[in-house]
Design a protein around this ligand. Structure first.
Ligand code: NAI
Length: 336
Protein backbone atom coordinates (compact mmCIF):
# COMPACT_ATOMS: atom_id res chain seq x y z
CA UNK A 1 0.00 0.00 0.00
CA UNK A 2 1.41 3.37 -1.01
CA UNK A 3 1.81 5.30 2.25
CA UNK A 4 3.11 8.82 2.89
CA UNK A 5 4.80 8.86 6.29
CA UNK A 6 4.74 12.40 7.70
CA UNK A 7 6.97 13.81 10.49
CA UNK A 8 9.59 11.16 9.79
CA UNK A 9 12.66 11.13 12.01
CA UNK A 10 15.60 8.77 11.38
CA UNK A 11 14.40 6.45 14.17
CA UNK A 12 10.85 6.27 12.68
CA UNK A 13 12.29 5.28 9.33
CA UNK A 14 14.60 2.63 10.82
CA UNK A 15 11.87 0.90 12.82
CA UNK A 16 9.17 1.14 10.10
CA UNK A 17 11.54 -0.18 7.42
CA UNK A 18 12.55 -3.08 9.65
CA UNK A 19 8.89 -4.02 10.27
CA UNK A 20 8.03 -3.55 6.58
CA UNK A 21 10.94 -5.73 5.40
CA UNK A 22 9.47 -8.60 7.38
CA UNK A 23 6.61 -8.62 4.83
CA UNK A 24 6.93 -9.86 1.28
CA UNK A 25 6.01 -7.79 -0.59
CA UNK A 26 6.15 -4.86 1.80
CA UNK A 27 4.23 -1.61 1.61
CA UNK A 28 5.48 1.29 -0.47
CA UNK A 29 6.54 3.75 2.25
CA UNK A 30 7.39 7.32 1.26
CA UNK A 31 9.16 9.15 4.08
CA UNK A 32 8.43 12.86 4.47
CA UNK A 33 10.18 14.93 7.14
CA UNK A 34 7.67 17.75 7.49
CA UNK A 35 4.54 17.70 9.61
CA UNK A 36 1.15 17.22 7.99
CA UNK A 37 -0.76 20.52 7.91
CA UNK A 38 -2.87 22.43 5.42
CA UNK A 39 0.21 23.63 3.51
CA UNK A 40 1.87 20.19 3.34
CA UNK A 41 -1.15 17.97 2.60
CA UNK A 42 -0.32 18.07 -1.13
CA UNK A 43 2.77 15.96 -0.39
CA UNK A 44 0.41 13.01 0.10
CA UNK A 45 -0.45 13.04 -3.64
CA UNK A 46 -0.57 9.50 -4.98
CA UNK A 47 -0.72 7.86 -1.56
CA UNK A 48 -3.64 5.67 -0.42
CA UNK A 49 -2.64 6.05 3.23
CA UNK A 50 -0.87 8.60 5.38
CA UNK A 51 1.03 7.63 8.51
CA UNK A 52 0.94 10.35 11.18
CA UNK A 53 2.44 11.14 14.58
CA UNK A 54 1.22 13.21 17.52
CA UNK A 55 1.74 16.72 16.16
CA UNK A 56 0.56 16.13 12.60
CA UNK A 57 -2.70 18.01 12.10
CA UNK A 58 -5.60 16.18 10.45
CA UNK A 59 -8.41 18.69 10.89
CA UNK A 60 -11.37 18.97 8.51
CA UNK A 61 -9.55 21.16 5.96
CA UNK A 62 -6.55 18.80 5.84
CA UNK A 63 -8.81 15.75 5.63
CA UNK A 64 -10.69 17.28 2.71
CA UNK A 65 -7.37 17.86 0.93
CA UNK A 66 -6.27 14.28 1.65
CA UNK A 67 -9.64 12.97 0.45
CA UNK A 68 -9.29 14.87 -2.80
CA UNK A 69 -5.80 13.37 -3.20
CA UNK A 70 -7.27 9.86 -2.86
CA UNK A 71 -6.13 9.03 0.68
CA UNK A 72 -8.38 6.35 2.23
CA UNK A 73 -6.59 5.59 5.51
CA UNK A 74 -4.95 7.56 8.31
CA UNK A 75 -2.61 5.27 10.20
CA UNK A 76 -1.59 6.97 13.44
CA UNK A 77 1.68 5.67 14.84
CA UNK A 78 0.60 6.63 18.37
CA UNK A 79 -2.17 5.81 20.86
CA UNK A 80 -3.74 9.27 21.15
CA UNK A 81 -6.06 10.41 18.37
CA UNK A 82 -6.86 14.00 19.41
CA UNK A 83 -5.11 15.42 16.32
CA UNK A 84 -7.63 13.86 13.91
CA UNK A 85 -11.13 15.23 13.34
CA UNK A 86 -12.88 11.86 13.63
CA UNK A 87 -16.27 13.30 12.68
CA UNK A 88 -14.91 14.77 9.44
CA UNK A 89 -12.97 11.56 8.69
CA UNK A 90 -16.12 9.48 9.05
CA UNK A 91 -18.13 11.86 6.87
CA UNK A 92 -15.44 11.71 4.18
CA UNK A 93 -15.17 7.91 4.42
CA UNK A 94 -11.53 7.98 5.49
CA UNK A 95 -10.66 5.17 7.89
CA UNK A 96 -8.53 6.00 10.94
CA UNK A 97 -6.25 3.52 12.71
CA UNK A 98 -3.92 3.82 15.69
CA UNK A 99 -1.56 1.81 17.85
CA UNK A 100 -3.74 1.32 20.92
CA UNK A 101 -1.02 -0.16 23.12
CA UNK A 102 2.66 -0.53 22.44
CA UNK A 103 4.38 -0.27 25.77
CA UNK A 104 2.30 1.17 28.59
CA UNK A 105 5.34 0.49 30.77
CA UNK A 106 7.50 2.86 28.69
CA UNK A 107 5.21 5.79 29.53
CA UNK A 108 4.60 4.66 33.11
CA UNK A 109 8.34 4.29 33.78
CA UNK A 110 9.06 7.75 32.33
CA UNK A 111 6.34 9.16 34.60
CA UNK A 112 8.10 7.60 37.57
CA UNK A 113 11.40 9.05 36.31
CA UNK A 114 9.89 12.56 36.27
CA UNK A 115 8.61 12.10 39.84
CA UNK A 116 11.95 10.80 41.14
CA UNK A 117 13.93 13.53 39.40
CA UNK A 118 11.68 16.34 40.61
CA UNK A 119 11.59 14.97 44.13
CA UNK A 120 15.27 14.06 44.65
CA UNK A 121 16.61 16.71 42.22
CA UNK A 122 19.07 14.38 40.53
CA UNK A 123 19.24 16.74 37.53
CA UNK A 124 20.54 19.52 39.77
CA UNK A 125 22.84 17.17 41.68
CA UNK A 126 24.34 15.95 38.39
CA UNK A 127 25.29 19.49 37.39
CA UNK A 128 26.53 20.44 40.85
CA UNK A 129 28.80 17.43 41.28
CA UNK A 130 30.33 17.86 37.82
CA UNK A 131 31.31 21.37 38.86
CA UNK A 132 32.81 20.19 42.13
CA UNK A 133 29.88 21.49 44.20
CA UNK A 134 28.96 18.85 46.76
CA UNK A 135 26.55 21.03 48.79
CA UNK A 136 23.21 19.46 49.67
CA UNK A 137 21.39 22.72 50.34
CA UNK A 138 18.34 22.92 48.08
CA UNK A 139 18.32 19.22 47.21
CA UNK A 140 16.01 17.97 49.96
CA UNK A 141 13.21 15.64 48.86
CA UNK A 142 10.52 13.59 50.55
CA UNK A 143 9.89 9.88 51.09
CA UNK A 144 7.50 8.49 48.48
CA UNK A 145 6.48 5.71 50.87
CA UNK A 146 3.16 6.61 52.45
CA UNK A 147 2.36 9.44 50.02
CA UNK A 148 -0.98 9.52 48.21
CA UNK A 149 -0.73 9.37 44.43
CA UNK A 150 -3.71 10.24 42.22
CA UNK A 151 -4.02 8.49 38.86
CA UNK A 152 -6.39 10.27 36.49
CA UNK A 153 -7.28 7.62 33.92
CA UNK A 154 -6.62 4.04 34.99
CA UNK A 155 -6.35 2.48 31.53
CA UNK A 156 -3.25 0.69 30.29
CA UNK A 157 -0.70 3.38 31.21
CA UNK A 158 -2.44 4.48 34.41
CA UNK A 159 -2.53 0.88 35.63
CA UNK A 160 1.17 0.30 34.83
CA UNK A 161 2.03 3.55 36.63
CA UNK A 162 -0.14 2.58 39.63
CA UNK A 163 1.76 -0.72 39.92
CA UNK A 164 5.08 1.14 40.05
CA UNK A 165 3.86 3.56 42.71
CA UNK A 166 2.42 0.72 44.79
CA UNK A 167 5.94 -0.72 44.66
CA UNK A 168 7.22 2.45 46.31
CA UNK A 169 4.70 1.96 49.11
CA UNK A 170 2.38 4.77 48.02
CA UNK A 171 -1.35 4.88 48.56
CA UNK A 172 -2.75 4.96 45.03
CA UNK A 173 -6.13 6.55 44.30
CA UNK A 174 -7.63 6.52 40.82
CA UNK A 175 -10.50 8.20 39.05
CA UNK A 176 -11.93 6.97 35.78
CA UNK A 177 -15.46 6.87 34.36
CA UNK A 178 -14.78 3.19 33.59
CA UNK A 179 -13.22 1.66 36.73
CA UNK A 180 -11.27 -1.58 36.32
CA UNK A 181 -10.94 -4.58 38.64
CA UNK A 182 -7.24 -4.84 37.74
CA UNK A 183 -6.66 -1.47 39.38
CA UNK A 184 -8.27 -2.41 42.69
CA UNK A 185 -6.60 -5.86 42.56
CA UNK A 186 -3.17 -4.22 43.05
CA UNK A 187 -4.33 -2.55 46.26
CA UNK A 188 -5.28 0.78 44.70
CA UNK A 189 -8.71 2.32 45.24
CA UNK A 190 -11.11 4.51 43.34
CA UNK A 191 -12.34 7.94 44.39
CA UNK A 192 -14.05 10.87 42.70
CA UNK A 193 -12.14 13.49 40.67
CA UNK A 194 -12.86 15.93 43.49
CA UNK A 195 -11.30 13.59 46.06
CA UNK A 196 -8.25 13.00 43.89
CA UNK A 197 -7.48 16.66 43.34
CA UNK A 198 -8.14 17.62 46.96
CA UNK A 199 -6.30 14.82 48.77
CA UNK A 200 -3.36 13.65 46.65
CA UNK A 201 0.30 14.63 47.13
CA UNK A 202 1.10 13.66 43.53
CA UNK A 203 -1.41 13.80 40.66
CA UNK A 204 -0.58 12.13 37.36
CA UNK A 205 -2.68 12.47 34.19
CA UNK A 206 -3.23 9.37 32.03
CA UNK A 207 -6.56 10.03 30.31
CA UNK A 208 -7.01 10.86 26.61
CA UNK A 209 -7.46 14.42 25.38
CA UNK A 210 -11.05 14.82 24.21
CA UNK A 211 -13.41 17.81 24.18
CA UNK A 212 -14.50 16.67 27.67
CA UNK A 213 -10.97 16.53 29.12
CA UNK A 214 -9.61 19.72 27.50
CA UNK A 215 -8.18 21.88 30.36
CA UNK A 216 -9.34 19.30 32.90
CA UNK A 217 -6.68 20.82 35.15
CA UNK A 218 -7.74 24.47 35.12
CA UNK A 219 -7.46 27.31 37.62
CA UNK A 220 -10.47 26.11 39.63
CA UNK A 221 -9.07 22.58 39.93
CA UNK A 222 -5.60 23.80 40.86
CA UNK A 223 -7.04 26.08 43.56
CA UNK A 224 -8.46 23.00 45.30
CA UNK A 225 -5.22 20.99 45.21
CA UNK A 226 -3.05 20.46 48.27
CA UNK A 227 -0.41 23.06 49.02
CA UNK A 228 2.85 21.82 47.45
CA UNK A 229 1.16 19.24 45.19
CA UNK A 230 3.26 17.59 42.47
CA UNK A 231 1.48 17.55 39.10
CA UNK A 232 2.66 15.24 36.31
CA UNK A 233 1.31 15.25 32.76
CA UNK A 234 2.46 12.60 30.31
CA UNK A 235 -1.00 12.43 28.68
CA UNK A 236 -1.58 15.32 26.30
CA UNK A 237 -0.63 18.97 26.76
CA UNK A 238 -4.09 20.49 26.59
CA UNK A 239 -5.30 18.43 29.56
CA UNK A 240 -3.70 21.29 31.52
CA UNK A 241 -4.38 25.02 31.24
CA UNK A 242 -0.76 26.20 31.16
CA UNK A 243 -1.58 29.79 32.19
CA UNK A 244 -3.37 28.49 35.31
CA UNK A 245 -0.44 26.14 35.97
CA UNK A 246 2.00 29.04 35.91
CA UNK A 247 -0.25 31.04 38.25
CA UNK A 248 -0.32 28.07 40.66
CA UNK A 249 3.48 27.79 40.51
CA UNK A 250 3.94 31.53 41.10
CA UNK A 251 1.84 31.55 44.25
CA UNK A 252 3.68 28.46 45.50
CA UNK A 253 0.63 26.23 45.63
CA UNK A 254 2.05 23.80 43.12
CA UNK A 255 5.28 22.39 44.49
CA UNK A 256 6.53 20.48 41.45
CA UNK A 257 5.51 20.10 37.82
CA UNK A 258 6.66 17.35 35.47
CA UNK A 259 5.53 17.62 31.86
CA UNK A 260 6.27 15.35 28.92
CA UNK A 261 3.61 17.13 26.87
CA UNK A 262 2.71 20.78 26.42
CA UNK A 263 -0.38 22.30 24.85
CA UNK A 264 1.57 24.25 22.23
CA UNK A 265 4.26 21.60 21.73
CA UNK A 266 3.63 21.35 17.99
CA UNK A 267 5.91 24.31 17.25
CA UNK A 268 8.67 23.11 19.57
CA UNK A 269 8.97 19.42 20.25
CA UNK A 270 10.93 16.87 18.21
CA UNK A 271 13.13 19.59 16.63
CA UNK A 272 16.58 20.90 17.53
CA UNK A 273 15.90 24.60 18.20
CA UNK A 274 19.05 25.17 20.25
CA UNK A 275 20.32 27.88 17.86
CA UNK A 276 16.99 29.69 17.72
CA UNK A 277 15.11 32.15 19.90
CA UNK A 278 12.09 30.45 21.46
CA UNK A 279 9.07 32.57 20.52
CA UNK A 280 6.63 30.92 22.92
CA UNK A 281 6.69 33.18 26.00
CA UNK A 282 4.48 30.86 28.04
CA UNK A 283 6.89 27.98 27.50
CA UNK A 284 9.83 30.28 28.20
CA UNK A 285 8.22 31.30 31.52
CA UNK A 286 7.74 27.65 32.45
CA UNK A 287 11.46 27.08 31.92
CA UNK A 288 12.31 29.69 34.57
CA UNK A 289 10.90 27.67 37.49
CA UNK A 290 13.45 25.52 39.33
CA UNK A 291 10.69 23.06 40.26
CA UNK A 292 9.50 22.42 36.69
CA UNK A 293 10.89 19.60 34.58
CA UNK A 294 9.89 19.29 30.93
CA UNK A 295 10.80 16.49 28.55
CA UNK A 296 9.93 16.73 24.86
CA UNK A 297 7.25 14.03 24.47
CA UNK A 298 9.68 11.18 24.94
CA UNK A 299 7.77 9.03 27.45
CA UNK A 300 6.98 6.47 24.74
CA UNK A 301 10.53 6.36 23.42
CA UNK A 302 11.97 2.93 24.19
CA UNK A 303 13.26 0.36 21.70
CA UNK A 304 10.46 -2.03 22.69
CA UNK A 305 7.80 0.63 22.14
CA UNK A 306 9.24 1.68 18.76
CA UNK A 307 9.28 -1.95 17.56
CA UNK A 308 5.67 -2.42 18.66
CA UNK A 309 4.57 0.89 17.09
CA UNK A 310 6.18 -0.05 13.77
CA UNK A 311 4.82 -3.61 13.64
CA UNK A 312 1.27 -2.52 14.61
CA UNK A 313 1.35 0.30 12.04
CA UNK A 314 2.41 -2.10 9.31
CA UNK A 315 -0.33 -4.53 10.48
CA UNK A 316 -2.89 -1.69 10.20
CA UNK A 317 -1.78 -1.01 6.61
CA UNK A 318 -1.86 -4.70 5.70
CA UNK A 319 -5.30 -5.30 7.20
CA UNK A 320 -6.70 -2.24 5.43
CA UNK A 321 -5.15 -3.26 2.09
CA UNK A 322 -6.59 -6.78 2.33
CA UNK A 323 -9.96 -6.27 4.08
CA UNK A 324 -10.74 -2.56 3.85
CA UNK A 325 -10.61 -2.26 7.65
CA UNK A 326 -7.48 -1.54 9.69
CA UNK A 327 -6.49 -3.90 12.51
CA UNK A 328 -7.00 -1.19 15.15
CA UNK A 329 -9.63 1.26 13.95
CA UNK A 330 -10.43 4.50 15.75
CA UNK A 331 -14.08 5.47 15.77
CA UNK A 332 -16.11 8.41 17.04
CA UNK A 333 -17.31 6.17 19.88
CA UNK A 334 -13.92 6.66 21.56
CA UNK A 335 -14.82 10.32 22.06
CA UNK A 336 -17.79 9.39 24.31
P1 NAI B 1 -6.36 3.86 27.69
O1 NAI B 1 -7.46 4.06 26.70
O2 NAI B 1 -5.92 2.46 28.00
O3 NAI B 1 -6.76 4.55 29.09
C1 NAI B 1 -7.28 5.83 29.19
C2 NAI B 1 -8.25 5.82 30.39
O4 NAI B 1 -8.67 7.16 30.65
C3 NAI B 1 -9.50 4.99 30.15
O5 NAI B 1 -9.66 4.04 31.18
C4 NAI B 1 -10.62 6.03 30.17
O6 NAI B 1 -11.84 5.51 30.70
C5 NAI B 1 -10.02 7.09 31.06
N1 NAI B 1 -10.66 8.39 31.01
C6 NAI B 1 -11.31 8.99 29.98
N2 NAI B 1 -11.79 10.19 30.36
C7 NAI B 1 -11.42 10.36 31.66
C8 NAI B 1 -11.62 11.40 32.61
N3 NAI B 1 -12.31 12.52 32.30
N4 NAI B 1 -11.12 11.23 33.85
C9 NAI B 1 -10.45 10.12 34.19
N5 NAI B 1 -10.23 9.09 33.33
C10 NAI B 1 -10.71 9.23 32.08
O7 NAI B 1 -5.16 4.74 27.18
P2 NAI B 1 -3.61 4.61 27.56
O8 NAI B 1 -2.94 3.69 26.61
O9 NAI B 1 -3.49 4.35 29.01
O10 NAI B 1 -3.08 6.09 27.22
C11 NAI B 1 -3.58 7.22 27.92
C12 NAI B 1 -3.11 8.49 27.20
O11 NAI B 1 -1.71 8.62 27.34
C13 NAI B 1 -3.33 8.48 25.67
O12 NAI B 1 -4.65 8.91 25.34
C14 NAI B 1 -2.29 9.46 25.19
O13 NAI B 1 -2.86 10.75 25.10
C15 NAI B 1 -1.23 9.44 26.29
N6 NAI B 1 0.04 8.88 25.80
C16 NAI B 1 1.18 9.63 25.94
C17 NAI B 1 2.40 9.14 25.50
C18 NAI B 1 3.68 9.90 25.67
O14 NAI B 1 4.70 9.53 25.05
N7 NAI B 1 3.71 10.97 26.46
C19 NAI B 1 2.48 7.83 24.83
C20 NAI B 1 1.25 7.11 24.80
C21 NAI B 1 0.06 7.63 25.25
Amino acid sequence: MHTAVFSTKPYDRAFLEAANHALAPGHDLRFIEVRLAADTAALAAGAEAVCLFVNDVADRAVLEALNAAGVRLIALRCAGFNNVDLVAAEELGIAVARVPAYSPEAVAEHTAALILTLNRKTHRAFNRVREGNFELDGLIGFDLKGRTVGVVGTGKIGLAFARIMRGFGCEVVGCDPFPSDEFTAIGARYASWDDVIETCDIISLHCPLTPKTHHLVNGAAIARMKQGVMLINTGRGALVDTAALIAGLKRGQIGHVGLDVYEEEGDLFFENLSDQIIQDDVFARLMTFPNVLVTGHQAFFTAEAMEAIASTTIANLTAFATTGTPAHPVSRALLA
